[in-house]
Design a protein around this ligand. Structure first.
Ligand code: HEC
Length: 164
């Protein structure tokens, strides 16, 4: 009986120390993954905004040109970037305000779906006002967005012949 007990105790000690070792190995892997994750690149809030700025500009010229397919593409790019801010910029307090822009984006999108130039212009103006409202709310009021005078790049065609 005594020998059986001794064997059982020894086995328990061995299996305990094995699972201890396994836990240590796992912890090391978790630590290493965590530090890799912390060092992983993700765009900053300003970079996402710079991206929105480009698409906001292109959207205007696509809409003015009644290039509705391109306008639809541009509005969707802005929407995706807004979602990316919500996903990747959770630690920034300002991200809580980003949702305010969604109804404006939806109304621009509706005007595009209806191929309605007058409504497009009106909703784009409201959208732009909303960009500035958020800049004010987040103390970036010195960052003023306006209706663009020129397309952002000279190597993209906006004025595609449209039958509508
Ligand atoms: C959360 C509310 C919010 C909304 C809505 C918003 N912005 Fe911003 N925007 C910010 C904040 C905050 C910054 C400063 C980011 C930083 O810390 O770099 C910024 C910065 C910018 C910049 C400066 C980027 C640079 O690199 O110079 C531009 C341009 C810009 N926004 C354009 C827009 C446009 C266009 C819209 C509307 C389609 C818009 N923003 C809507 C909050 C907002």
């Amino acid at each position: 009986m005594g020998r059986v007990l001794l064997v059982l105790t020894t086995l328990t000690i061995i299996s305990c120390s094995q699972s201890n070792d396994q836990a240590k190995v796992l912890q090391l892997r978790i630590d290493s993954l965590e530090s890799k994750l912390a060092a992983a690149y993700k765009p900053g809030f300003g970079e996402f905004m710079g991206n929105i700025q480009i698409h906001h500009n292109k959207l205007w010229f696509a809409g003015l040109s009644k290039n509705w397919k391109l306008a639809d593409f541009e509005i969707k790019e802005i929407k995706e970037t807004v979602e990316a801010i919500e996903t990747y910029q959770t630690e920034r307090e300002e991200s809580q305000q980003i949702a305010m822009i969604k109804p404006m984006l939806d109304s621009v999108e509706t005007s595009i779906q209806k191929n309605d130039l007058a409504q497009f212009k009106q909703s784009f103006i409201s959208l732009t006002t909303n960009c500035n409202n958020c800049h004010q709310a987040t103390h970036f009021e010195f960052n003023v967005v306006k209706i663009p005078d020129h397309p952002p790049f000279s190597n993209q065609e906006f004025f595609i012949q449209s039958t509508k």
